[in-house]
Design a binder for this molecule. Structure first.
Ligand code: SF4
Length: 342
């Protein structure tokens, strides 16, 4: 969105600043998104040149300055308090809450943290009215549109802005062109890496916050990943688990150590050295991470493991049975090198 129309977001930020009387706003963009940073920097220059931001905006006496800050590429800096720490020049570690940013935010000042999509909606809501916005989507709570980034085994991966409340089937078949081959859909990640997996039984679930939560997952970032028949769900969960292991900031023990143990146990299963009791170990590890961490990352990290165990336990068991049949399950632990955390 910001690389196509950055001014929508800047205008939304100016509206938000005006509404709360803030005179300074920061755009935090993750380090890898260099193109986006260049585009936003240019847009800030254009807005400044036109007098839309800066001091005494269009002679109104209103002052709003905006600054762009590039992160160093940490997933956890999407968590609002880690983002604030990073913005203050510290290591991006989540803060213990309360206090919340609304009272103790950036430099300990009251702070509003919002995402690009929310801010970009503001100019349209101001121009057309809240009733117009609320008339789109899935009332009462999921109104308006949402941008879904659809990827995976589909014909047309991409970003699709649709009214909230359409079904996964409509999003995948009508917008993303359907499955890329004649293989059937096997799994959907409905809202980014931290959302519990759905199966083909969830195709008619509505894409709104309440419906997806009721079905056992979350809309999260709006990143929808589609997987076809033949995909190994144990592999898919392991790949996500490796990501979470790498991105855990390490502040709290259940997440720091738990993600590492989950990866090692899952790698053993995938390498066909697993034992049936590993499945209980996986569940036990997840239960000891859930609700015991400083931020929501811990709960997010276990979603791929728990949901694949729930829907595709037979795939885990099959790999373990193969290990047992080959006599590999009794061999010493398989230690594979772990990626270095930064
Ligand atoms: Fe860091 Fe994980 Fe704890 Fe969040 S849950 S503070 S990411 S160690």
């Amino acid at each position: 969105m910001i690389d196509r129309d950055p001014h929508q977001m800047l205008e939304g930020m100016a509206i938000a600043c005006y509404a709360i009387g803030a005179e300074t706003a920061y755009i935090y963009i993750r380090g890898e998104f260099a193109l986006g940073a260049r585009i936003v920097e240019q847009a800030l220059g254009e807005a400044r040149a036109k007098g839309y931001i800066g001091r005494n905006i269009l002679g109104t006496g209103v002052n709003i300055e905006m600054w762009l800050h590039r992160g160093a590429g940490a997933y956890i800096c999407g968590e609002e308090t880690a983002l604030l720490e990073s913005l203050e020049g510290k290591r991006g570690l989540p803060r213990v809450k309360p206090p919340f940013p609304a009272t103790h935010g950036l430099y300990n000042k009251p702070t509003v943290v919002n995402n690009v999509e929310t801010l970009a909606n503001l100019p349209h809501i101001i121009n057309r009215g809240a009733e117009w916005f609320a008339s789109i989507g899935s009332p009462p709570k999921s109104t308006g549109t949402r941008i879904f980034c659809v990827s995976g085994h589909i014909k047309r991966p991409g970003n699709y802005e649709v009214p909230m409340g359409i079904t996964f089937r409509e999003l995948i078949d009508e917008h993303a062109g359907g499955m890329r081959s004649d293989k059937k859909l096997k799994a959907i990640i409905p809202g980014g890496a931290s959302a519990a997996f759905f199966t083909d039984r969830h195709l008619d679930v509505k894409l709104d916050f309440e419906s997806v939560a009721q079905a056992g997952s979350m809309l999260g970032s709006g990143g929808v990943t589609v997987m076809e028949e033949g995909t190994s769900m144990v592999w898919a969960a392991l790949r996500l688990m490796e990501f979470f292991y790498h991105e855990s900031c390490g502040k709290c023990t259940p997440c720091r150590e738990g993600t590492s143990w989950l990866v090692q146990t899952m790698r053993r299963i995938v390498a066909k050295r697993g034992r049936m009791e590993d499945l209980e170990t996986l569940t036990d590890l997840c239960q000891n991470i859930a609700g015991r961490t400083v931020c929501a990352f811990g709960d997010a990290a276990i979603a791929p493991v728990l949901s694949t165990l729930q829907h595709w336990r037979d795939e885990y068991e099959e790999l373990i049975r193969e290990a047992e049949a080959a006599g590999l399950a009794d061999l010493p632990e398989l230690i594979l090198p772990m990626a270095v955390r930064h």
